[in-house]
Design a protein around this ligand. Structure first.
Ligand code: SAH
Length: 397
């Protein structure tokens, strides 16, 4: 591999790579020595030709190289890849041991495997290959996962645009073993949920919210709960199990709401008084206010409104409005659990947005606790982009 193509960085542009950030942007590249194809292994070097890292090359993405390895002697071959996947899986122990367990086993750059996401849903694995480099290694990855975990099946899921940025076609389908005969039953805390691995959002379930649901549910007893952007109702179900007085489930997806009904029933929670509304949440939160409705606990978990930093300002307005509308629906001393899963909105900016909402709502707001993604979605210090989910548990006086 000493003849691997080399990507030499411009003088003054090598610091991020030297400090361990895994992205090398096209603007930092002085020249490419050799002719790497999409996904090829390249040697990233400083202006003097000194080694900085091994990475995957992408001729079309603005992120020209994703650095995989910073030790020159550890060349990323098939054995290296197996080893690194094994290490990521081992860090999740003992979680993967539960038969109905669900968790993220590999989280891309945060697990030193840029472009590879692996989620486990009971006996099945769902894989996302988000870079040209990982796309080329599909076979090696599947073999490694079979050897390590012996799953009943491995499915591939598309994504929200990452593959397109790498010049890759949409992906999906069964990679190994057999597809589940129907929705897969998984355990999330004390409750069970049905997850459609073929058609659900993301890879099927929002695993990153696992620890936040019991945290919110602990404040739910006796409260009227509004679960806005509820998807398959996981927050609502935990709140109901904890003794919520009533539920309102709100989402724009009729299918998600149908699955949510099934999840409540499957957990013996169909007795909790509830309403479901299939609508645009921004409009519906206003309408609920016009109807004079009040709640004691609101969960606000919108989709990614700012995928990049460039979209953050525009998204800030939408986040502010949603939080303002939610605060107006809260009875005095109500609880608001509010989230952003936008990589472009960091925790400090999100708190600022919520402060604007509080000003406009004319309410005093206390932070009960700051929330983030569960530990199977690690935050890598050298890669701040991995801290994409931020949340606040608030008391709205
Ligand atoms: N809280 C959920 C995850 C929410 S994901 C959980 O814990 O599982 C975001 C949800 O917002 C998705 O279900 C999506 O269907 C929904 N959504 C997206 N845009 C919306 C809109 N404008 N109004 C209402 N729901 C919307």
């Amino acid at each position: 591999v000493t003849d691997a193509p080399r990507v030499r960085l411009k003088a003054g542009r090598e610091k991020p790579a030297r400090d361990g950030h895994p992205w090398v942007f096209s603007g930092a590249v002085e020249r490419v020595l050799g002719d790497p194809g999409p996904g090829a292994l390249v040697r990233v070097e400083d202006p003097a030709g000194r080694f900085l890292g091994w990475g995957h090359y992408s001729p079309v993405s603005q992120i020209r190289v994703r650095v995989l390895e910073r030790h020159e002697e550890r060349v990323p071959d098939a054995a290296w890849l197996r080893g690194r996947i094994g290490e990521a899986v081992a860090r999740r122990a003992p979680l993967p041991g539960e038969p109905e367990g669900a968790c993220r086993l590999v989280f891309s750059e945060a697990d030193l495997l840029p472009g590879l996401v692996v989620d486990r849903y009971a006996g099945w694995l769902v894989v996302q290959l988000l870079t040209a480099g990982m796309d080329r290694l599909r076979g090696t990855i599947v073999d490694a996962l079979r050897d390590l975990l012996a799953p009943a099946g491995i499915l591939e899921r598309g994504d929200d645009g990452h593959r397109g940025l790498e010049g890759l076609p949409p992906a999906g389908g069964l990679l190994a073993g057999s597809a589940p005969p129907g929705p897969v039953a998984i355990r999330d805390g004390r409750l069970r949920f049905a997850v459609d691995l073929g058609a659900g959002q993301k890879t099927g379930f929002y695993l990153d919210q696992r620890e936040n649901r019991p945290a919110v549910a602990a404040l739910a007893p006796g409260r009227r709960v509004l679960d806005a952007f509820c998807y398959t109702g996981a927050f609502a179900a935990h709140a109901a199990a904890a003794g919520a007085a009533s539920l309102l489930l709100l989402d724009s997806s009729a299918e998600a709401l149908r699955v949510a009904e099934g999840n409540l029933a499957a957990n013996g929670l169909a007795g909790t008084p509830r309403e479901t509304r299939c609508a645009d949440a921004f409009g519906e939160l206003r309408r609920l206010r016009d109807q004079g409705r009040l709640f004691d606990l609101v969960v606000l978990d919108p989709p990614k409104l700012a995928p990049t930093r460039a979209k953050a300002q525009q998204a800030a307005r939408a986040y502010k409005d949603a939080n303002l509308f939610a605060m107006r629906l809260l009875a005095p001393d109500g609880i608001l659990a509010t989230f952003s899963c936008s990589g472009g909105v960091d925790a400090a900016f999100f708190r600022e947005i919520v402060r604007w909402a509080a000003i406009d709502a004319g309410r005093e707001v206390q932070v009960v606790r700051a929330l983030g993604a569960s530990p199977d979605h690690p935050v890598r210090i050298a890669f701040p982009e991995s801290e994409y989910l931020t949340g606040l548990l608030l008391r709205v006086l």
